[in-house]
Ligand binder design. Structure first.
Ligand code: GLY
Length: 369
């Protein structure tokens, strides 16, 4: 434990990601930002509040001017401008000033929403991320994407805004229920698929340790995942180009997430989206048939879905084209050339996308076969 990665921009260090096994180093890390003169607001959700808010508050009390806690109802349905307004109101009522600091304690919804508030409240206040889900640790807390959903559009309103620090307590991964944990595994597998075949092999070789939530292996896995993310976001922090490969599986995944009214978790939808995108890659002869089936079937031992019932493929197609990954009439689609190598493609047709959706759609007719 006690590892550290630094995210740089133009060779200038921007923020550190620290990996610990508890919250005991949090105050020491934050003292570097002169918190003795600052008020801190821990923003969290109703679930994480009960698990970690008191512990984090206690760890910080006495090291800063004051610590407040604001919690909103858990779940993707809270990721909207109403929650942003509630947080602004709390900050205004509690007289938070520009020099004060927000702490996002929770999963992706908490991190993205709090980050957006930090980017906009008083034209920007400092914030740090304390991600408490695997998904947030390996993906959403790193790279400075913040924002909320708007009507049916996911992550439609937001800002690139960097945290001052990402503090990861790896042991929190033990408190996740299985579904949440494996949802995060979809993003981990994504890094192997898009960036590094050896890491993909490593995940498979360490499958049993991962199932057992061996903390040393999980730390290794989280650090490796963040290292791949670091490589991408340092080169392209605002997604002008290469960063889009991180959206592998997300175009169709986001559409399913929305169509299913968030009944399925983000990572479950990403796994489905990865299968559909790998299918399209096979049909374009970028992947072989065997490679496609191996990629598809490897989600199964990680308890991730490779097919979905009760969807309308046409509706999913329609939702993919209202995604913010559109460039004019074209969708920026991520395909695989091989395990470990993703490519951005602007020529994928609606018909190909529909074929990909049909591949993962488990319909009543499939029962009869
Ligand atoms: N989650 C994708 C990205 O940060 O770009």
């Amino acid at each position: 434990m006690s590892q550290r990665l630094t995210i740089n921009q133009n060779t200038k260090p921007i923020y550190d990601i620290v990996y610990e096994s508890d919250f005991s180093k949090l105050a020491e890390e934050l003292e570097k930002f002169d918190i003795i003169s600052k008020k801190l607001c821990i923003v969290t959700d109703s679930k994480v509040e009960g698990l970690y808010a008191a512990e984090v508050k206690n760890a910080l009390e006495g090291h800063c001017k004051e610590v407040k806690v604001f919690a909103f109802p858990e779940g993707e349905k809270s990721k909207n401008l109403d929650t942003v307004k509630d947080i602004y109101t709390f900050l205004i009522e509690n007289k938070f000033e520009r020099k004060d600091m927000l702490i996002a304690l929770g999963g992706g919804v908490v991190g993205d929403t709090t980050g957006f508030v930090a980017a906009t409240y008083l034209r920007g206040v400092d914030f740090i991320q304390i991600p408490t889900t695997l998904l947030a640790q390996v993906d959403s807390s790193v790279g400075g994407k913040t924002g909320v959903d708007f009507d049916q559009y996911k992550n439609m309103v937001g800002a690139f805004y960097m945290p001052k620090l990402v503090y990861m307590n790896i042991s929190v991964l033990n408190s996740l229920d299985d579904r949440q944990f494996y949802s995060g595994m979809a993003e981990v597998m994504k890094y192997g698929l898009i960036k590094n075949a050896s890491f993909y092999e490593w995940i498979i070789e360490n499958m049993y340790e991962i199932h057992d939530r061996n903390l040393d292996v999980l730390e290794d896995m989280v650090v490796k995942s963040c290292t791949y993310k670091k490589l991408v976001v340092e080169k392209d922090p605002t997604e002008k180009g290469e960063r889009a490969i991180l959206n592998f599986g997300h175009t169709i995944g986001h559409a399913i997430e929305k169509a299913k009214n968030f009944e399925l978790l983000h990572g479950e939808c990403v796994a489905l989206g990865c299968v559909a995108a790998a299918f399209i890659s096979w049909k374009r002869e970028l992947l072989s048939k065997d490679e496609y089936y191996e990629i598809r079937d490897m989600f199964v031992p990680f308890n991730l879905p490779i097919s979905v019932e009760d969807i309308n493929p046409e509706e999913i197609l329609q939702l993919t084209t209202s995604d913010k990954k559109m460039e004019g009439d074209h969708i920026k689609f991520i395909l695989l050339k091989k395990v470990g190598k993703a490519v951005i493609d602007n020529t994928v047709t609606k018909e190909e996308i529909l074929n990909g959706i049909n591949e993962i759609y488990f319909s009543e007719e499939d029962w009869d076969e």
